[in-house]
Design a protein around this ligand. Structure first.
Ligand code: GDP
Ligand code: IMO
Ligand code: MG
Length: 429
């Protein structure tokens, strides 16, 4: 059975991001009237592969929801995101090269916060100040922009529609930041000129998407919320401070779109068949050896946004269970199973030991997380190519055993299994 497509559904990354959310969103998009991004900004990199004639082409989304390749689906950037308009503009230009038109089917919340070049400069300055303790951010200005939002000095898309107000706010904000951080080398007049152009161009796309969703919900239209980043990068529930500055967990789905919590009927958790992380921070099941390198190479584990090598490790059932529980995940999309095909043995972490005792919770303390000793079970590999398997019964027995073991450990049904990058490389069960 393919994932349930309730009137309002969501897709959430349940590890440290890059689980394959973009691919699933693209696959399910044609079944929905709207796809909406609820959190994050261009720190996200969501990859899709699609058929163009008899060739396969690739697109990496940073801001636009991964459903835009389906001509009948409307795509929305929700209020919980932060957007850098020059990056969005580039993405729209790139889409044009792929033959995708956005008129009347792409919308930006008028409550979304705008991210400027100075946020990126502050991001870099803050990382430098942290020295060895740097987070390894994507340097996309995410933290500084959300800080402005929380600090109640942010500039929203609705402000751009009143350009005199925007100009005043932009100057005020930059002056404020420069008092804190010193000269940021931004040419105000030039920036204002550029934003005047953006104000004209984006005017037709900036709307009250909260009202749009109230109406769509009443009309029983179907909405899919596309989460960004991953639960373990959540500001509240992740491995703080090595996290992003928004809520990629289920809370962000509601605050980031204005869609009420009780309306969202199924939340599909995306889990890679192993674990990856890009940037610094604790990673209990990390493989800092040749095996980790091997997984990185076979999985093409290099950041879709920054190109950085992703750290790789075994599937962590403790972490997965924590993510599934706090987000109310109703079903799992297990991705990149094909990447493990060459391995003779595969491990899964099933228990954390700390000071020789089993930890019953996912600890808040970084010091504890760093000292944890994961306990593993070992399963036999299948050592057969599975990338052409179309149904569950085509998968080798040991591969089925691996899937069933994860299902048993998580007690959540795995309804789809990724066996390759392409749209057709997914098995529904
Ligand atoms: P996202 O941020 O969660 O959308 O994921 P990314 O796009 O950053 O990274 C996932 C990568 O894995 C992309 O290159 C996808 O094309 C690729 N991918 C997704 N699902 C599968 C799969 O089942 N098998 C393989 N081999 N690659 C996959
Ligand atoms: P998608 O949506 C993987 C990580 C960064 C860094 C930390 C903070 O593609 O899964 P930030 O720039 O947000 O302040 O960086 O969070 N990070 C991601 N890692 N995938 C992502 O998004 C990420 N978004 C942020 O690497 O460790
Ligand atoms: Mg990604």
């Amino acid at each position: 059975m393919p994932p349930k497509t309730a009137q309002i559904s969501a897709i959430l990354g349940c590890q440290w991001g890059d689980e394959g959310k973009g691919k699933l969103t693209d696959i399910l998009a044609s079944k929905y009237n709207y796809i909406v991004r609820s959190n994050g900004g261009a720190n996200a990199g969501h990859t899709i592969y699609y058929k163009k004639g008899n060739k396969t082409d690739k697109f990496v989304f940073h801001l636009i929801p991964s459903g835009i390749f389906h001509p009948k689906t409307k795509c929305v950037i929700g209020n919980g995101c932060v957007i850098h308009l020059p990056t969005l503009n580039e993405e729209i230009e790139e889409l044009k090269k792929h033959g995708i038109k956005i008129k009347n089917r792409f919308f930006i919340s008028d409550r979304v916060h705008l991210l400027f070049d100075y946020h990126k400069k502050i991001d870099a300055a803050q990382e430098n100040l942290k020295g060895a303790k740097k987070i390894g951010t994507t340097l996309r200005g995410i933290g500084p922009c959300y800080s402005d939002k929380v600090n109640r000095i942010g500039i929203r898309a609705c402000d751009l529609l009143d350009f005199d107000k925007f100009k005043k706010l932009f100057k005020q904000n930059l002056e404020y930041q420069e008092k804190l951080y010193g000269k940021l080398e931004i040419n105000i007049d030039e920036e204002v000129k550029i934003y005047q152009k953006y104000a004209k161009f984006f005017k037709e796309f900036i709307v009250d998407t909260t009202q749009m969703f109230i109406e769509a919900t009443n009309k029983k239209e179907k909405i899919l919320i596309e989460g960004a980043n991953g639960v373990m990068l959540d500001l509240d529930h992740g491995t703080y401070p090595f996290v992003t500055s928004s809520n990629p967990s289920s809370g962000g789905l509601f605050t980031g779109t204005g869609i009420a919590p009780n309306k969202i009927k199924n939340i599909i958790g995306v889990l890679k068949a192993y674990t990856t992380r890009v940037g610094a921070g604790p990673f209990p099941t990390e493989l800092q050896d040749k095996l980790g390198d091997k997984i990185r190479e076979s999985g093409g584990e290099y950041g879709a946004t920054t190109g950085r090598p992703r750290r790789c490790g075994w599937f962590d059932a403790i972490l997965a269970n924590y993510a599934l529980a706090i987000n109310g995940i109703t079903e799992i999309n297990l991705t990149k199973l094909d990447v493990l095909s060459a391995l003779p043995k595969i491990k899964i972490a099933v228990k954390y030991l700390y000071q020789n005792k089993e930890l019953k919770n996912f600890p808040a303390s970084l010091e504890i997380l760093e000292k944890i000793k994961p306990q593993y079970i070992e399963l036999p590999g299948w050592q057969k190519d599975i990338s052409n398997c179309k149904k569950y019964s085509d998968l080798p027995k040991n591969c089925q055993k691996y899937i069933k073991t994860i299902e048993k450990l998580t007690k959540v049904k795995i309804t789809s299994i990724g066996v390759g990058q392409r749209r057709d490389q997914i098995i529904f069960q």
